[in-house]
Design a binder for this molecule. Structure first.
Ligand code: URA
Length: 418
């Protein structure tokens, strides 16, 4: 007979768990027959001993089977992307309209902000969009517009909901098999057949070790492929904020500006790469050809029009951002030199705290690692009432490390695992 004590002992001896044993503890914890204490012991042991690919695949399946799966087959082949979470990462709001402009379909399930990272749900809501839509309405928007951004349904991978909450409380988040099964089960339940995963590496990400980030990316791709999903993972930089703006409102505003101006920046560059991989897989064309198509819908304004359509279909309005004069306060560089480090995590945490106050919309960071700055140069704009800006200015400045000797821009993409 399987018992939780036996499974804990088995992992202590570094033994592999069978499919039946994995289903036993996932189902048991989800239905309440295994307690928090027992599950914590097992999770801690999994963090220590790890799991091989096959065990992680069984764990993913057990979690996937704990709830409903979205059936998107009536839309043909749907595309999806996932970011493991970062600061100023608004790629979804750029990618969804880009790929819908190219006649591909996307039903994007999005969550709110988690810790210091921003959430697509919060940013899309800044356009006044409603993300809680019945399936009929989702279907209607996908058929007419091509892309829709919605909240994750209550019954999507309930096992992950319960296990992830426990991991968060018990310091057992940081485990490659646990992260991989958590992310991949939710992606599989969301029903897309072509998926690009964006695994963030760096000080502003879960994965702070490049080798581990690559291992996670590669494991997730393998498990998705077992389910016949065309999958690819990018390992991208999160050692500084991806875009220039932080805070849901400011990030939504930055997306509109990027689509209007089509000006090269790291956020657009990564979004173009992910969109191109998705389109190349869907249309079975080379990455270069897909890149050209993506470039075209950005330069001819189709992607911006598509974002407008998406927002209107979900009850919002892009005009919210038109011609708006927002007042801000400036933080200036405390020295001359080169930017050596920007602490993305701390910037994210500070901005989230700032945005909890009435009238605070976020910040704009005006430099990147490798930039040369002079004493007194403007490096941050704080879009908040003066009393808050004054309180936060010094703390924001502490997120920057300066160097007297030349520093260099950080890479954007470290690896693509196909
Ligand atoms: N994101 C998830 O959805 N799950 C994890 O375990 C970590 C990040």
């Amino acid at each position: 007979m399987i018992t939780i004590e036996k499974l804990i002992k088995k992992k202590q001896k570094n033994k592999k768990l069978s499919k039946k044993e994995i289903c036993y503890f996932v189902d048991g914890y989800t239905n309440g027959s295994i307690s928090d204490e027992e599950m914590t012991k097992l999770l801690k042991q999994i963090c220590k001993s790890g799991m091989v690919e096959k065990e992680t695949a069984f764990l993913t399946d057990a979690m996937l089977n704990s709830g409903e799966k979205l059936d998107l087959s009536s839309f043909g082949c749907c595309l999806d992307k996932h970011s493991s979470g970062g600061v100023s990462d608004s790629t979804t709001l750029l990618i969804a309209p880009i790929i819908a402009s190219l006649n591909a379909k996307m039903v994007k399930m999005s969550g709110g902000s988690l810790g210091f990272t921003g959430g697509t749900k919060d940013k899309f809501q800044c356009f006044g969009a409603n993300l809680e839509l019945p399936f009929d309405k989702i279907k209607n928007i996908v058929n007419n517009v091509g892309a829709v951004i919605v909240c994750q349904t209550e019954n999507l991978v309930p096992a992950d909901k319960k296990i992830y909450a426990l991991r968060d409380r018990t310091g057992t988040v940081s485990s490659i098999p646990l992260i991989a099964s958590s992310i991949v089960s939710k992606k599989l339940a969301s029903g897309a057949k072509i998926i690009v995963l964006d695994v963030k590496y760096g000080k502003g990400a879960f994965m702070q070790d490049l080798v581990e980030a690559k291992k996670l990316a590669s494991l997730m791709v393998k498990i998705l492929k077992r389910h016949k999903v065309l999958a690819c993972a990018i390992v991208s930089d999160m050692n500084q904020p991806l875009g220039n703006n932080i805070g849901s409102y400011m990030e939504a505003k930055e997306v509109v500006e990027i689509l209007k101006n089509n000006k090269d920046c790291r956020l657009l560059s990564l979004s173009k790469t992910i969109s191109s991989i998705l389109i190349s897989k869907k249309e079975k064309i080379s990455l270069d050809s897909a890149y050209k198509k993506v470039d075209e819908v950005l330069s001819n304004g189709k992607a911006l029009e598509k974002l407008k359509e998406m927002v209107i279909a979900q009850g919002g309005n892009l005009k919210l951002f038109d011609e708006e004069k927002m007042s801000f306060n400036t933080v200036t560089s405390s020295q001359s030199g080169y930017i050596e480090e920007i602490d993305a995590q701390k910037l994210g945490e500070l901005t989230h705290k700032l945005c909890n106050n009435v009238g605070c919309n976020g910040i704009t960071v005006l430099c990147k690692v490798g930039d040369k700055v002079s004493l007194g140069d403007e490096i941050i704009r704080i879009f908040a009432p003066k009393k808050y800006s004054n309180e936060y200015a010094e703390k924001f400045l502490e997120c920057f490390k300066f160097s007297k000797t030349k520093t260099y821009p950080l890479p954007l993409i470290y690896d693509i695992i196909d």
